[in-house]
Design a protein around this ligand. Structure first.
Ligand code: PHE
Length: 335
């Protein structure tokens, strides 16, 4: 029972020591300094004392009250400091919780840097586009069997598709200004195919377009070889084979020597020593004309490769479905 200033001081100090939160401190304040708190109890006792004792007792309680108030204020400010420290936004956080750049974006950035260093612009394009841009501008008229080369997602809105190729930007890029034109178009494309370790409905391509006077396949090959050398930081052997795409003439396929086995033959290159890399060729006169460019004055080349496939090769990723899986364990490897 606390009915002396001495024992009350002791009790208060003990409790204060064990108070470590703002709500608990408020409770303590109420208990001792509140309207029906312990200090007021002492004042009640004082009233019952004989007059000679009242004065000194009163002074003692007043001193004690001030002491308690000061101690509470001090504790309050130190608790406040602690809670502010807990919210210090300048403190470094644990790096294990930060995100990181997706491998496709990582390689994409590198590719953009290389082509920009060679004077190419980087273009973006729509993923939902018209049949006109995805096919007709590219010399693939309606009902042409070449449309079956790509399993297209046709949208309910007539005339609209999910783009099957970044070539859907060829016409727009070529229309944008007078040659010389140098541009790449990285982006997502869609094909209505069954998915497996090598095929996905959505994947990334990079398109390349160059139009100028007197261009040739030799220029094209130089640009691609220079690009591959910069990307892989070593010499890469390429080869060209005939290939059919309605929007290039001649049309070609470009392979490069397998970097996994140094062209000796392995599982990745199916023991051929070569990796299929891209479709390419000289832009068909029809495509130039459709973009308002005179094929008698200008010529150009275009190429398109699968960025997703390239990333798989660079990082030896065996299943394309990992890219869109959102699996943190997969993504964390690309810090
Ligand atoms: N768009 C073609 C494809 O997706 C690739 C390509 C691009 C071929 C440019 C030639 C020229 O298969």
């Amino acid at each position: 029972m606390t009915n002396s200033p001495q024992s009350l001081r002791q009790e208060f100090q003990d409790e204060l020591q064990h108070t470590d939160s703002a709500p608990a401190l408020l409770e303590l304040e109420k208990k001792f300094l509140g309207r029906s708190g312990k200090i007021n109890d002492l004042f009640e006792i004082m009233k019952t004392l004989p007059v000679e004792e009242k004065k000194t007792f009163g002074q003692t309680i007043n001193v004690l009250k001030k002491e308690l108030e000061a101690a509470l204020a001090q504790k309050k400010s130190s608790l406040g400091r602690e809670s502010r420290e807990a919210l210090d936004v300048t403190l470094s956080m644990k790096s294990e919780y930060t995100g990181n750049i997706h491998p496709v974006s990582l390689v994409n950035q590198e590719i953009e840097d290389i082509f920009v260093s060679m004077g190419f612009e980087v273009w973006d394009g729509p993923e939902v586009d018209t049949e006109y841009y995805n096919f007709e501008t590219l010399n693939v008229p309606k009902h042409h069997p070449a449309r079956d080369m790509q399993d297209t997602f046709y949208l309910a809105q007539p005339g609209y598709v999910l783009r099957t190729q970044t070539s859907n930007m060829q016409n727009r890029v070529m229309r944008s200004k007078k040659p010389p034109i140098r541009a790449i178009v990285p982006g997502k494309v869609f094909r209505n195919e069954a998915t497996d370790a090598r095929h996905e409905l959505a994947f990334h391509q990079v398109e390349g377009i160059l139009v100028d006077k007197n261009t040739s396949l030799a220029h094209m090959r130089y640009v691609i070889d220079a690009f591959l050398k910069k990307l892989f930081k070593r010499d890469v052997v390429t080869r060209l084979r005939p290939g059919y795409f309605p929007f290039v003439e001649p049309g070609l396929e470009l392979d490069f020597s397998c970097l996994v086995c140094d062209a000796k033959g392995c599982r990745v290159c199916k023991h051929t020593g070569w990796l299929e890399f891209m479709g390419c060729g000289m832009i068909h006169p029809y495509v130039l004309k459709e973009a308002g460019i005179d094929p008698d004055e200008y010529s150009g080349f275009a190429f398109g490769f699968g960025l997703t496939r390239l990333v798989m090769m660079l990082y030896k990723i065996e299943d394309v479905r990992l890219f869109h899986s959102g699996d943190i364990r997969f993504l964390e490897q690309f810090r």
